[in-house]
Design a protein around this ligand. Structure first.
Ligand code: 3YE
Length: 204
């Protein structure tokens, strides 16, 4: 099984824990790392018997030192694949290059629309009738890496930022475990050209 780390800033990893607990899962979550102390996701990880670490960005003088500490924890645990699950820090080019093809992020829009923060608000303001979420490999440019899985949800006339965010979050709880399984199993990988490569016979 592929050794996976989940990076968090808050909640948002229960669906990944449940996926990895299935006997058929290709992934084993070996550590959960949060940049914020005391968040709910750390408690959930502990309850699931997963080791946790806090790397508080406020204690580091530079992004390079913060990312370097994350990198050392990943090496300590023999991590092969990293999921950013509601992790809110922009990673340095050095870190992204080292872990190229091994870093997945989830973003609450159908990329390439609505990059950056407040994606749900951007969708409402643009008046789109379909929104959703995207799991992508992390490239140095934020929210620009190769797309692995997307799930669409409708935008309703009555939607507020909160109701749309809730609907997108439900989609995230399916899309991220699905993407994790595709990459952890080797069915999908990041090709040399920066595009997704499907293992022959696993196209879907
Ligand atoms: N880093 C790179 N490329 C990516 N990190 C994430 C995705 C991704 C990445 O595709 N190179 C917004 C965070 C955006 C922001 O400005 N964050 C602040 C900190 C804000 C806070 O601590 O609350 C910052 O200075 O990093 C993960 C998702 C990043 C979301």
């Amino acid at each position: 099984r592929t050794r996976v780390a989940v990076l968090i800033s808050g909640t948002n990893l229960q669906a990944l824990i449940e996926q990895a607990k299935r006997p058929s899962s290709s992934a084993e979550i070996v550590v959960v790392i949060s940049n914020r102390p005391g968040v709910q996701g750390l408690k959930r990880a502990s309850l699931a018997g997963i080791q946790t670490r806090v790397v508080d960005h406020k204690l580091y003088g530079s992004r390079a030192e913060f990312d370097g500490t994350i990198d050392r924890v990943l090496e300590e645990f023999g991590v092969e694949l990293v999921c950013l699950a509601g992790f809110m820090r922009i990673l340095t080019g050095t870190f992204v290059k080292k872990w190229n093809g091994k870093l997945l992020n989830i973003h609450p829009s159908l990329l390439p629309s609505f990059k950056g923060v407040n994606a749900q608000k951007q969708a409402l303001q643009a008046g789109v009738r379909v929104a959703g979420c995207t799991v992508h490999f992390v490239a140095e440019e934020v929210d620009a890496g190769a797309i692995v899985v997307q799930e669409a949800v409708p935008v309703l006339g009555s939607d507020t930022e909160e109701s749309l965010s809730d609907r997108i979050r439900e989609a995230e709880h399916r899309a991220f475990p699905a993407a994790l399984e595709l990459v952890a199993s080797g069915a999908v990988r990041l090709g040399e050209d920066g595009h997704i490569m499907w293992k022959s016979s696993s196209q879907s």
